[in-house]
Design a protein around this ligand. Structure first.
Ligand code: PLP
Length: 388
């Protein structure tokens, strides 16, 4: 296998070698104090990454979809009302999950490239009776970022729990769980947390844990039940061990290393780096002449870019970019699937990666006969990366 490529998809991302090496260390007993020390440190650090002091972290083997499933099944009982703000494929998935668990679901569906209307959300919430409101911080099918802070305020105002899918945002997009009053922020390891696929992660507010304790019916998913995992998470955080189901020991090593790297950079610097690199990449794409899916600049995510193919070019562009050594992703949103491509830029991303990717896209477009000023994208990105 040729290992000289840059993986620029919205997860899995290019992982740091130290994180990958951690996974190959000898597997400890999950019931050993040595492992408890590692897992406990990871849980404490997860809280720092989410900027939550009092939230309850959960780390469970599974993917991001399990984290979505877990948030809904623990906090919404059959027959309760949920308001789902959908900005694309993953918002629709959240609605499917809530329906599967027999919630009464109202969906506010944004047109492709738009964010769901918060005014409309408020109209629904005002009527009362909603147990929870959900949103996708960055919908990976559209590249649209939602104003999570404003959503938190709305949910608090109307007494609904806020559940935010941060799978394509956590540890990259600005997020302050305590300050913004978000009840559940959930993610998966393979995106900006920068650990190979296999972990579902979330931090749950005190208010949401209280709502869990007040449930009247049993949780409809055995493996995902907060109550079965809570003693395990509390034990590991206290440096002790407890068993419910075997944790993925080697992935926890990798998580521990990655969270330490993330905190060594610092959350404020990490947010700022993602914002700057996204701006450089996205304005580079503008300069090449490609139209982006988010309809306004302020809706553009810091973690990925979604761009329409130019006239006369289709998904063959992805292959041509791959031939230049960069892997990008195909479309995902069912309404525009074959009309656009997606580029992930999160986690270990450097200015060099941004320039490499823009360069590869330019050469691929040129090879397919697209006419544009060569170097325009790279030049625009450089102007942003080195302004003086
Ligand atoms: C990737 C992603 C998911 C799904 O995560 P899996 O690990 O593939 O299950 C959910 N929501 C968003 C916003 C995502 O980007």
């Amino acid at each position: 296998m040729d290992e000289k490529f840059l993986l620029m998809i919205p997860g899995p991302i290019d992982f740091d070698p130290a994180v990958l090496r951690a996974m190959s260390a000898k597997t400890l007993s999950h019931m050993s104090v040595e492992f408890a020390e590692i897992f406990g440190r990871a849980l404490k650090n997860l809280r720092k990454v989410f900027l939550s002091e009092k939230g309850q972290p959960f780390v469970v083997a599974g993917s991001g979809t399990l984290a979505m499933d877990m948030a809904i099944v623990n906090l919404v009982e059959p027959g309760e009302k949920v308001l789902v703000l959908s900005s694309g494929f993953f918002g629709d998935r959240m609605a499917d999950i809530a329906k599967r668990y027999q919630a009464e679901v109202t969906v506010i569906k944004a047109p492709v490239g738009e964010a769901p209307s918060l005014e409309e959300a408020e109209k629904h919430l005002k009527k009362g009776g909603f147990k929870a409101v959900t949103a996708t911080h960055v919908d990976t099918s559209t590249g649209v970022a939602v104003d999570v802070k404003a959503l938190g305020e709305l949910a608090q105002k109307y007494g609904a729990l806020s559940i935010v899918d941060g799978v394509c945002a956590t540890a990259a997009m600005e997020f302050r769980q305590d300050e913004w009053g978000i009840d559940v922020y959930l993610t998966a390891s393979q995106k900006a947390i920068a650990v190979p696929p296999g972990l579902a992660l979330m931090v749950v507010s005190e208010r949401a844990m209280e709502a869990y304790r007040k449930r009247r019916s049993p949780v409809l998913n055995y493996y995902a039940d907060f109550g079965l995992w809570l003693p395990v998470m509390e034990a590991y955080e206290a440096g002790k061990v407890a068993y419910f189901a075997t944790p993925p020991v080697n992935l926890i090593y990798a998580l521990d290393v990655s969270l330490q790297q993330i905190l060594a950079e610092g959350m404020e610097k990490r947010f700022a780096r993602h914002r700057l690199l996204a701006q450089a990449f996205q304005e580079g794409i503008d300069a090449i002449g490609l139209k982006q899916v988010p309809v306004r600049k302020e809706l553009r995510a810091w973690t990925l870019t979604t761009a329409y193919y130019p006239e006369g070019i289709g998904p063959e562009l992805i292959k041509a970019i791959k031939a230049e050594g960069v892997i990008v992703a195909a479309g995902l949103h069912p309404e525009i699937k074959d009309k656009y491509f997606r580029v992930g830029h999160m986690g270990t991303l450097t200015p060099g990666d941004v320039l490499t990717t823009l360069g590869a896209i330019e050469r691929a477009l040129a090879s397919l006969g697209y006419r544009f000023e060569k170097g325009a994208g790279v030049k625009r990105a450089q102007e942003i990366l080195c302004p003086t």
